[in-house]
Design a protein around this ligand. Structure first.
Ligand code: NAD
Length: 408
């Protein structure tokens, strides 16, 4: 009998798992413990509306009243210091340990930092939580200069927001293209051109080697000697799963807690979901997906498994972003074997979908300003129906008609 479930991490995944557990009929004690001082909020706004000040605060994931009405015992601003998996207890720095019958690790990920000289100067920011966004907002004053180290999702979203605020932006990317991890080379290059049109100065193959300034950062010095003046710096070079509790408890981890397709870890009764979980993918392999939509899906799957109703779900990465005024949605890995088949033309805001076609099936799709087409593309990726490049490019053909084919 399950009498106590403990969820560590009160962000999106933790809150969604709590909701799913109650929705699936779990009536026992449900503890939600988080080290941030707030209930779960929508982090996707931190690089956009909250950063501009358009929204004073990030929206809550669940109404504040929901937790009490669902009898969720929430402890905020509280850090779990260790797990004792043999006696099935969660430990804190002070206070009595908490016993669990099932445990969900939903501790998310942490922004990676650069360990180079000057990295402790004031004015150097990361962006992961509400406080980070409010601090960075102060640095986005018209006429100020911001140097962004790392041209991934955060770097490109913040570059967009900062330009809108009248800030001079230089973006330093270590690789030879922006956004390679999530959007692939072709969309990365397109975003680069759009950001340059917005006035972002982009330097590729650029390694920050030190920060200069007295007390407060004033410049970023690159490995090749270039000096870029800065009133503020954002470091956005990726995130690392917060899996240290699991590691210390001897639970198998490899850049995240290794789980099966139900969210179960190597340790009985311990599950993980969201950014901290290295989850199996439909296309093979397993990794932390670091996306909002996959975190939601994993929370639901893990909740069912914790209640003894496992429905294994292999994940397909899916996400969205807003860069240089364009809405970009993606499903599957943009880079990979097969051919890229474009449908449409992204010039002048026209919709464009880039399909990755492998062995006559759509493996991945990236949509630029093409929400309607993306919803069909998502179904094509899921349905695995046979399609040809010619069909995908035929403007006279309704993509929905392709869904009528039988999966092979
Ligand atoms: P990211 O992995 O998207 O991009 C990091 C970028 O930094 C890469 O382009 C990488 O080549 C570059 N880089 C790495 N080391 C560098 C260095 N020393 N100097 C210069 N460049 C370097 O990570 P992020 O943008 O930091 O985002 C962090 C997390 O937040 C990720 O998990 C991301 O998925 C998530 N996020 C998601 C969204 C979204 O889904 N729309 C938006 C924002 C953030």
């Amino acid at each position: 009998m399950i009498e106590s479930i403990v969820i560590i991490g009160a962000g999106l995944t933790g809150a969604m798992a709590a909701r799913a557990l109650r929705a699936q009929g779990y009536a026992g004690r449900l503890h939600l413990i988080g080290d941030e001082s707030q209930q779960a909020y929508d982090r996707t706004t931190l690089s956009k509306q909250v950063l501009t000040g358009e929204q004073a605060e990030p929206p809550a994931i669940m109404d504040a009243s929901w937790y009490a009405s669902a009898n969720v015992e929430v402890q905020l601003g509280r850090r779990v210091s260790g797990l004792d998996v043999a006696s099935r207890q969660v430990r804190f720095e002070s206070g009595a340990p908490l016993a669990y019958d099932r445990l969900l690790l939903a501790t998310g990920a942490r922004a990676r930092r650069v360990a180079i000289p000057g990295c402790d100067l004031a004015g150097i920011h990361i962006l992961r939580d509400r406080a980070d966004s409010l601090a960075l907002r102060q640095a986005l004053q018209p006429g100020q200069s911001l140097v962004i180290v790392g041209g991934g999702l955060i770097g490109c979203e913040v570059a967009t927001t900062a330009r809108k605020a009248g800030v001079t932006v230089t973006l330093l990317e270590a690789g030879d293209e922006l956004l390679l991890r999530v959007l692939g080379r072709r969309t990365g290059a397109w975003c680069r051109a759009e950001l340059e049109r917005l006035g972002v100065q982009i330097e590729r193959n650029a390694q920050a080697s030190r920060f200069e300034g007295e007390g407060h950062v004033r410049a970023v010095i690159c490995a090749d000697g270039r000096r870029v003046a800065a009133d503020g710096v954002l470091v956005s070079i990726g995130a690392d799963p917060a899996d240290e509790l699991a590691r210390a408890a001897g639970i198998a981890c490899a850049r995240g807690v290794l789980v099966d397709a139900t969210g179960a870890s190597s340790c009985p009764d311990v599950f993980a979901a969201g950014d901290v979980a290295a989850w199996p993918l439909r296309g093979g392999g397993q990794r932390s997906l670091e996306t909002y939509l996959n975190s939601q899906a994993q929370a639901d799957t893990a909740a069912a498994a914790m209640l003894g109703k496992p429905v294994p779900t292999l994940q397909v990465p899916t996400s969205w972003t807003e860069i240089a005024g364009h809405r970009i949605q993606m499903i599957g890995d943009a880079e990979g074997p097969g051919e890229i088949v474009p449908r449409g033309d992204a010039q002048n805001g026209q919709p464009l979908v880039l399909f990755r076609l492998l062995d006559g099936r759509v493996e991945a799709a990236t949509a630029i300003n093409a929400a309607k087409e993306f919803s069909v593309a998502t179904r094509l990726v899921g349905a695995r129906v046979p399609v040809s490049a010619g069909q995908l490019q035929d403007a006279g053909l309704n993509l929905r008609d392709l869904l009528k084919a039988k999966p092979q």
